[in-house]
Ligand binder design. Structure first.
Ligand code: MN3
Length: 200
């Protein structure tokens, strides 16, 4: 059974150029994300009753997942959910600034959009090794910037991910080499604020 499936990219592989290269997008979607999906399916095969759960449900209730597959589910349902969001919250002709309620909330919690960007970039730069940087709505209902290791998703800790950037080397190394800070800065040019706004 292949319950979990790789969603198609909502745009072409080269659509985010020059900020994210076609080569990165092909590998990132077709190899890395596809790998998480097939590893998730392989893990759940061992407890097929869990195929009734969405990948999000598995992450929210990770402690209910049988121990023998819990790490695999954490990593691969995480990888699947994180990347499914990631493709959606980027777009060609993205960038600019958010508006409406999202802009208001960002200004309220961070002072201004540029202070928010600075804090987000800083948290992404400081994530040691592989992981993600997130804007979340915490379980207390406040906005916050956090980073997680590996493919850990904030939902497992009760926080809702409004947007996140992938700071694994596979997300930038072919184009930005070791300079993660340049990738973090360039990434704002492809943020799809319309989509992010739907998540708040
Ligand atoms: Mn990735």
């Amino acid at each position: 059974m292949e319950k979990y499936t790789l969603p198609p990219l909502p745009y072409g592989y080269d659509a985010l150029e020059p900020y994210i290269s076609k080569e990165i997008m092909m590998l990132h979607h077709d190899k890395h994300h596809a790998g998480y999906v097939s590893n998730l399916n392989a893990a759940i095969e061992k407890h097929p009753d869990l195929f009734s759960k969405s990948a999000e449900d598995l992450l929210i209730n990770l402690n209910d997942v049988p121990e023998d597959i819990r790490v695999a589910v954490r990593n691969n349902a995480g990888g699947h959910v994180n990347h499914s969001m990631f493709w959606q919250i980027m777009a060609p002709n993205g960038g600019g600034e958010p508006s409406g309620k999202l802009a208001e909330e960002i200004n309220k919690h961070f002072g201004s959009f540029s202070e928010f960007q600075e804090k987000f970039n800083d948290a992404g730069a400081k994530r040691f090794g592989s992981g993600w940087v997130w804007l979340v709505k915490t379980k207390e209902g406040k906005l916050d910037i956090i980073s997680t290791a590996n493919q850990d998703n904030p939902m497992t800790d009760g926080h809702f991910p409004i947007m996140g950037n992938d700071v694994w080397e596979h997300a930038y190394y072919l184009q930005y080499k070791n300079v993660r800070a340049d990738y973090l800065k360039a990434w704002w040019n492809v943020v799809n604020w319309e989509e992010v706004s739907k998540r708040i």
